[in-house]
Design a protein around this ligand. Structure first.
Ligand SMILES: Nc1ncnc2c1ncn2[C@@H]1O[C@H](COP(=O)(O)OP(=O)(O)O)[C@@H](O)[C@H]1O
Ligand SMILES: [Mg+2]
Length: 249
């Protein structure tokens, strides 16, 4: 079951692990796939597990539609018995727990992590879109102490790390917020005077779920149709909470 290909998705397979991001809490690693592309691989064997991968995959798709500067992502297959290449014994154990489908986040070359104090006026437009996405997703992992932002060439900001977003649990539990606000610990809480207000197509999550490995759905503990319906209801609620929202098209 766990190794079935995601339906409708173009399969990618890891052929090389180049380095471990050992400063990060879930120990993602830089990998190369059969087609020669580089990805940051977030592992099913790390703390948030396959459910966290599903949450992050869907979150990145929502965030992109809301205009936030986020990398593309896709499920990647780590073949069973993949040989030890880098890192400690502990990391190798995590790799062994991760044989099967993991989340490949498109690697953005030549970036540096951004500290909150390094954000300036030129970043305002990007930060507005990131705030809007985090508001929809209820992302609790963008505090001042760890903004999960990268700065790339020409100073462009990129938002990463969406495995700690609460939209998924809220949607599945039917807990729809009276109004969408940033979490109290968020880097931008209280600083954004205006959020643009884009609507989303409630049918999109169903099409994205068709590309998701069955093991991730199993970890969510609900049928695909139940997850799609819950997310569609959540999206409709988002669309309805601001009457002058413009459609993303
Ligand atoms: N798309 C990316 N491109 C380049 N580097 C990345 C990318 N995503 C993550 N990284 C690097 O990996 C580190 C950990 O990624 P992150 O998603 O924050 O993982 P964690 O959930 O473990 O905190 C980042 O601090 C950054 O150095
Ligand atoms: Mg992080």
């Amino acid at each position: 079951m766990a190794l079935l290909e995601p339906r409708g998705g173009e399969a990618g397979t890891v052929v090389e692990i180049l380095r471990v991001f050992s400063h990060a809490s879930t120990r993602p690693c830089l990998v190369r796939t059969t087609d020669g592309r580089l990805y940051v691989l977030k592992l099913a064997g790390a703390g948030p597990g396959p459910r966290g991968l599903l949450i992050e995959y869907l979150a990145l798709r929502f965030a992109k539609l809301l205009g936030a500067p986020v990398p593309d992502a896709k499920p990647l297959l780590l073949p069973h018995g993949f040989p030890w290449m880098v890192g400690t014994d502990e990391f190798d154990e995590m790799i062994q727990r991760s044989f099967g489908w993991n989340l490949g986040v498109g690697f953005i070359p030549d970036t540096e992590p951004v500290a909150a104090v390094d954000l300036g006026l030129d970043d305002t437009a990007s930060l507005l879109t990131i705030a809007e996405a985090d508001c929809f997703l209820h992302n609790v992992d963008r505090p001042r102490s760890n903004p999960n932002l990268l700065r790339g060439v020409c100073g462009k900001l990129h938002a990463i790390d969406f495995d700690a977003c609460l939209y998924f649990d809220r949607a599945l539990a039917g807990r729809l917020p009276a109004s969408f606000t940033l979490p109290g610990t968020h880097l931008l809480e209280g600083t954004m005077t205006r959020i643009e207000g884009k609507t989303l197509d409630p049918d999109l999550p169903a099409s994205w779920l068709a590309e998701v490995p069955p093991a991730w759905i199993d970890a969510a503990g609900r049928e695909v149709s139940a997850i799609a319906n819950a997310l569609a209801t959540y999206v409709r609620h988002w669309n309805a909470t601001c009457p002058d929202r413009t459609h993303t098209g």
